[in-house]
Design a binder for this molecule. Structure first.
Ligand code: LLP
Length: 434
């Protein structure tokens, strides 16, 4: 039936429940499209990630939530209460994290192009760390940090040349990448010599992020080995032992029943062992370890609800069932052909007698949520649910066709509360001038 997680069920009316609440009731109360999120699951994921570092790496590390996956003031508050760090890549994400109550020392400023305004804002806010992609950028931060009242930590982002076996558009660790310093050709090691000389920043360590939605553990271990070698080489060449190693995010989640992701515990156990053994081999102290999961914290903790429109049947070709959202609230099929589990939340116990494409309402043939879906026939007005939409949906949403951004509801212990308001028509035009 496509129930991916324990927080999804069917009630006595044959309706889909999520986090213990009837989804059709939520659709009635809050309207559609609607993102419905499960706070208990988000907090549980935060704790599992943090506990994995505590258990297998002696607590000498920090889990930083990659807020690009889903950022809102309320989300930042939850993550901050769970004592995670946070990764931000723009003034907007930084502002949101600060508004959510984040201690700036636990904020990591990322991005392959931080504008001077971003850097100034981050320094003024006294963010703990910057992860940097070039010597030019590091020199700019170094100049701007002069007299700013503290010494920010900086990490070099490294592209370790690891193939993460995921979609080409979300691979980031290969040598041919816009991100970071190339490891393979010696660029990274050479640049480290220049970073050491910067006076207004503290060169704390190295970072890599090999990609997203990864199910294999081997690419993570390979990245960890290459990064440990780099720490050894930097020590040998410059006599400087760096303190921090950030191995990024990318842990896969379940979108389909056939997906079989590994837990944080399994990942961290293996990664920690690899690092600890190499510390002994290379005579290095155990670096402070950071991870940056985004999708695996929030991805599974959301279901999107739509209202079904009309069905178009093309004899001998296929059927299209339209829903009242689409690429404006979830562009991931259009961008990556991403798989999703789709359910007819209104008639979960009926026969699955419809097979076809779930199409959005935007004026684009590519506005598709999923193809080849088999569900009980979506009658006009039925509620259609798409599972595992917590990551890179709301955060990548647009106002295409002047559609208002959908609302988000957060469920905690069976109680729903409005978490992000639906945009109004006034919101759509609020910046327009005559
Ligand atoms: N750290 C860095 C430096 C990153 O660039 C990313 C994601 C993460 C951490 C978090 O990765 P995660 O744990 O979420 O896989 N829009 C695409 C995903 C792009 C990922 C970008 N970077 C998608 O919808 O699949």
């Amino acid at each position: 039936m496509g129930m991916l997680y324990e927080n999804t069920g069917i009630n006595e009316k044959g309706h889909l429940t999520f986090a213990g609440v009837d989804t059709t009731e939520l659709a009635k109360e809050y309207g559609t499209p609607l993102y419905v999120m499960d706070e208990n699951m988000i907090r549980d994921n935060c704790r599992k990630a943090k506990n994995a570092i505590d258990s297998y790496y002696d607590g000498k590390g920090m889990c930083c939530y990659a807020s690009k996956a889903f950022s809102s003031v309320g989300m930042c508050k939850i993550v901050s209460e769970e004592m995670l760090g946070i990764d931000v890549v723009s003034s907007g994400e930084l502002y949101t994290a600060l508004k959510g109550g984040f201690d700036p020392s636990r904020i990591v400023m990322h991005g392959n192009f931080k504008t001077k305004a971003d850097i100034a804002y981050a320094l003024e806010s006294k963010v703990g760390r910057f992860v940097c992609d070039s010597v030019e950028e590091l020199s700019i931060i170094n100049d701007m940090a002069k007299g700013c009242g503290y010494t920010p930590r900086v990490l070099m982002r490294i592209t370790p040349g690891v193939d993460a076996h995921t979609h080409d558009f979300i691979k980031t660790g290969c040598t041919d990448s816009k991100f970071g310093f190339t490891l393979e050709d010696g660029t990274a090691l050479k640049a480290a010599g220049e970073v050491i000389r910067l006076e207004n920043v503290k060169f704390a360590g190295v970072h890599c992020h090999i990609g997203s939605q990864i199910f294999d553990i081997e690419p993570f271990l390979e990245a960890a080995r290459l990064m440990m070698k780099l720490l050894r080489d930097i020590k040998t060449m410059y006599g400087r032992e760096l303190e921090e190693l950030d191995i990024g995010g990318g842990f896969g989640i379940r979108y389909l029943e056939s997906d079989d992701p590994l837990s944080y515990a399994v990942h961290l156990k293996a990664i920690a062992l690899t690092i600890k053994e190499l510390c002994v081999d290379y005579g290095l102290r155990q670096p402070f370890l950071m991870i940056e999961p985004g999708r695996s914290i929030v991805g599974a903790a959301c279901t999107t609800l739509y209202t079904a429109g009309t069905v178009k049947h093309i004899e001998g070709v296929k059927s299209y069932a339209a829903v009242d959202g689409g690429m404006a609230d979830n562009p991931r099929f259009a961008l990556y052909g991403a798989p999703y589990t789709v359910l007819n939340a209104s008639r979960m116990n009926d026969n699955a007698d419809f097979t076809g494409t779930i199409a959005g309402r935007c004026c684009e043939s590519g506005d598709i949520i999923q193809e080849n879906v088999t569900i009980p026939y979506p009658k006009y007005g039925d509620i259609i649910a798409v599972l595992s939409t917590g990551a890179y949906n709301y955060s990548m949403a647009s106002n295409y066709n002047r559609l208002a951004r959908a609302a988000t509801v957060m469920i905690k212990d069976g109680q729903a509360r409005l978490f992000i308001k639906r945009e109004s028509l006034e919101d759509i035009t609020k910046n327009d001038l005559l």
